[in-house]
Design a binder for this molecule. Structure first.
Ligand SMILES: [Zn+2]
Length: 329
C-alpha cells in the first residue's frame, strides 16, 4: 500500500471537500460535507477537525498512513500562515484564531494552510498539465477569476501568500465596475456570470437562435447551455465564447508582460468550453499582446478539473514539495 500520501482539504463557503491523494496525484478516497458560512469560527474549526479525523480513520482502515493534511481556503493569511486576516466566503473566520485552533485540534498529523488560489498551481505543476514548467500561471475561471504564478516550482508569494489578484487585471478600462471597486477587471468581462450575461443579451437580440430557445426553456442561461448551443453551431453562442476568450487573452497578454510565463493553464467551470475557448484566448493574446513577450506563451487547459483544489492542497504537504514553504511544524 502506498505510504506516501496526504490529505487535501478544499474549504469553501458552501462545502468542505477532502481527498486522500498519493504522491502521483491519484485520489484514493473522497469525502465531502456541507458548510454553513454563518457558523462561528469555533464551530467551523470543529467541523473541519471532525472531517479530517474521519477521513484519516477511513484511510487507516484501508491501509494508508497519511502523515500530513494540506488545507486551502479563501482569504488572506499572515506571513507565518498562523492567522487568517480575511476570509471572503467565511466571514466569521476573518481575524479569528481558526488556523491555530485547527492545528491544535489535529494533533496526530502535520497541518499546513494556504490560500485556495494557490491550490490549482500546486496540483498542475506536480501532477497536471504544468509539470516541470519553469514559469507557470494557473488560472481558475468560475464565478470569479483567481490563480497563482509559479516560478521554478515555487508559488510567487508577493503579499498575503498570493501572487497578486490575477482576476482583477484591468482589460477594459472603460468597462463595467467590478465588485472589487476597480473598473474593467477581466473578471467583469470573462467570468462565468459575465459569460451568462452576454449570452442572455445575445439571446434577446437573436430570437431564432438556440440560445434564445434554451433561455425560454430554462429561464436563464448557464455555461452548460452555452456549450450545448456552441457545439451545435449556434452563432450567438459561438460569439459569446469568442468574446469571453478574447478578453481572457487580453488578460494573458497583461500577465505575460509582468510574469513572462512559459505556460498559462485555464481551469474552472469555463474550461468545459474546450478548444474553441482556448483558441479564442490564443487569438486574443495574439491580437492584444506584445509580440516579443507573448510569442512563446502556451495557453492550454488545466488537467485536474474539479479535483484541482483537493489534489493541490495535498500536493502542498507532500515531502517533495516541502520547499514551497508549506510551513509544516
Ligand atoms: Zn476587480
Amino acid at each position: 500500500m502506498n505510504e506516501r500520501c496526504a490529505i487535501g482539504v478544499d474549504m469553501g463557503g458552501q462545502s468542505v471537500k477532502l481527498a486522500l491523494v498519493d504522491d502521483t496525484g491519484l485520489i484514493h478516497l473522497r469525502q465531502q460535507a456541507p458548510m454553513n458560512p454563518t457558523l462561528s469560527a469555533d464551530a467551523i474549526a470543529a467541523l473541519l477537525i471532525q472531517q479530517v479525523e474521519q477521513l484519516h480513520s477511513t484511510a487507516k482502515i484501508k491501509g494508508f498512513s497519511p502523515t500530513a493534511a494540506g488545507i486551502v481556503m479563501p482569504g488572506y493569511m499572515d506571513v507565518g500562515r498562523t492567522k487568517l486576516l480575511f476570509a471572503a466566503n467565511l466571514p466569521t473566520l476573518s481575524g479569528s484564531d481558526f488556523l491555530s485552533t485547527v492545528k491544535t485540534g489535529i494533533d496526530d498529523m502535520q497541518v499546513a494552510f494556504d490560500a485556495d488560489c494557490n491550490a490549482a498551481a500546486f496540483g498542475e505543476y506536480h501532477f497536471g498539465a504544468g509539470r516541470g514548467i519553469d514559469r507557470l500561471i494557473v488560472v481558475t475561471v468560475g464565478t470569479g477569476i483567481g490563480g497563482a504564478v509559479m516560478v521554478q516550482g515555487r508559488i510567487l508569494r508577493l503579499w498575503n501568500h498570493i501572487s497578486g489578484s490575477l482576476g482583477h487585471v484591468i482589460v477594459n478600462a472603460k468597462g463595467l465596475r467590478c465588485n472589487c471597486g476597480a473598473r474593467g477587471c477581466v473578471e467583469t468581462q470573462a467570468s462565468g456570470p459575465a459569460l451568462e450575461k452576454l449570452a442572455t443579451e445575445l439571446a434577446a437580440a437573436e430570437p431564432d437562435s438556440l440560445l434564445a430557445q434554451y433561455l425560454a426553456q430554462h429561464g436563464r442561461l448557464t455555461g452548460h447551455d452555452i456549450r450545448m448551443a456552441m457545439n451545435q453551431g449556434d452563432a450567438p453562442a459561438q460569439r459569446v465564447v469568442r468574446e469571453c476568450g478574447w478578453w481572457l487573452g487580453a488578460a494573458v497578454a497583461s500577465w505575460s508582460v509582468i510574469y513572462a510565463p512559459n505556460m498559462v493553464l485555464i481551469g474552472g467551470g469555463i474550461a468545459a468550453l474546450g478548444e474553441p475557448l482556448l483558441n479564442a484566448i490564443r487569438e486574443g493574446l495574439r491580437d492584444v499582446g506584445q509580440p516579443h513577450t507573448t510569442r512563446h506563451v502556451r495557453v492550454d487547459a488545466a488537467a485536474l478539473g474539479p479535483d484541482a483544489g483537493v489534489v493541490g492542497a495535498a500536493a502542498m504537504v507532500m515531502p517533495h514539495v516541502e520547499e514551497n514553504g508549506s510551513d509544516l511544524e
